[in-house]
Design a protein around this ligand. Structure first.
Ligand code: GTP
Ligand code: MG
Length: 227
């Protein structure tokens, strides 16, 4: 199974190197780590390159969704699966073998679920916790899915479900859009419990109201609404 790891990164200096090292250590069949640096103003790109990743840079900053879609357009060598992991150190690369195992067992959309796993103290705020539960339940009810974590950024997805022309997200609604596409495609969805840590250096770009509304609209309408 050939796996390429795609990481969207915006100002993740100090966080990225250990993530990339962890991905290399734990991913059997890894072809490369591709970092999409989205208008960072710190040493994100240099750190990623020094850690052995291929870096694609785009400026100005456009958002996590735009960055991940750019990454899908830059895939090299026809991998079977793409591994998505956050670049801020919140996801634990030690969980990757469990994701790979689930893919080997037939999972085409393997979701790293923080709700089945462990949310470490300080890894999520109370409002975001509530928002996450609500969005996931709403998505399940509205779209006939049965997942426990619709906002997971830690996933292993078969490339048949990742044609970049099928997506239009710019920001954090990208995770939701990918779930919707998998559900509509009749994909075999599997979930694996993962551990979520507090962020390393720096701050999140997630804006609760703005990004919450974008995600909500994506679920209600069934596709991203705002460009
Ligand atoms: N390329 C790119 N990556 C981004 C952008 N915004 C966020 N990311 C990356 O996406 C990942 C997750 O971003 P966070 O802002 O921490 O969001 P989150 O982890 O979903 O939310 P929190 O729980 O609030 O931390 C990190 O690797 C970020 O660097 C962006 O505008 N461009
Ligand atoms: Mg984060």
């Amino acid at each position: 199974m050939k796996i390429t790891c795609v990481i969207a990164a915006h100002n993740e200096e100090g966080n990225l190197a250990p993530v990339i090292a962890g991905v290399k250590q734990h991913t059997q069949g890894l072809t490369e780590v591709l970092v999409v640096d989205d208008g960072s103003t710190d040493g994100t790109a240099a750190e990623a390159e020094a850690a052995g990743a291929r870096v694609v840079r785009q400026t100005p900053n456009r958002g996590k969704g735009a960055a991940l879609l750019r990454g899908l357009r830059e895939l090299d060598g026809s991998p079977d699966y793409v591994l998505f992991i956050d670049g801020d150190g919140q996801d634990d690369p030690a969980d990757i073998p469990a994701l790979v195992e689930a893919a080997r067992g037939g999972g085409e959309f393997v979701n790293g679920s923080r709700w089945l796993g462990t949310l470490k103290r300080g890894s999520i705020s109370f409002p975001n916790r509530l928002g996450n539960r609500f969005m996931t339940e709403l998505l399940n009810v509205r779209h006939g899915a049965r997942i426990t974590d619709s906002q997971a950024g830690f996933r292993l997805i078969h490339t048949r479900l990742l044609d970049p022309d099928r997506f239009r997200s710019r920001e954090y609604e990208v995770e939701t859009e990918m779930v919707l596409h998998a559900v509509r495609s009749g994909a075999r969805i599997a979930e694996v419990p993962v551990t979520r840590h507090p962020r390393g250096e720096g701050d999140t770009d997630f804006k609760r109201v703005r990004n919450g509304l974008r995600i909500l609209a994506t679920i209600l309408v069934g596709r991203p609404v705002f460009r």
